[in-house]
Design a protein around this ligand. Structure first.
Ligand SMILES: [Mg+2]
Length: 128
């Protein structure tokens, strides 16, 4: 089900969705998590009933940085917008990544300011 305007929103995962914020049906998740972390990430999301498309960072976990995560998100948003996907805004908790995204795309990046989760690289367990 697409919204009336045909536009969607984009969500960071850690520090945004993990806080309890839930994306809408056609919204997308752009995470700084590495493709290597896909398994535990889908497990977590599916356990919460979140089935939205997830775009992982195409870098190994060990070489990620907050800057590379932000650049990944910005480049992906750029590609989507270029291809006609109407991404209205992105929700982000990391100010470093917000800056990187804003270098690449001209959409509002909604900054969720809190100290409840780490913004640095954290490895997530498989949880079974
Ligand atoms: Mg985050």
């Amino acid at each position: 089900m697409t919204s009336v305007s045909g536009s969607i929103n984009s969500y960071d995962l850690d520090g945004v969705i993990t806080l309890g914020i839930t994306p809408g049906p056609d919204d997308i998740i752009i995470t700084g998590r590495s493709f290597e972390e896909a398994r535990e990430t889908y497990r977590y999301l599916h356990s919460r009933g979140i089935l939205n498309a997830v775009f992982f960072q195409p870098r190994p976990f060990a070489s990620k940085t907050r800057e590379s995560s932000g650049a990944h998100k910005g480049m992906l948003l750029q590609q989507l917008l270029h291809n006609g996907v109407r991404v209205e805004k992105h929700f982000e908790d990391d100010e470093v990544q917000k800056q990187e995204i804003e270098k690449l795309v001209d959409i509002p990046v909604v900054h969720l300011v809190h100290d409840l989760t780490e913004k640095e690289n954290v490895r997530h367990p498989y949880e079974g």
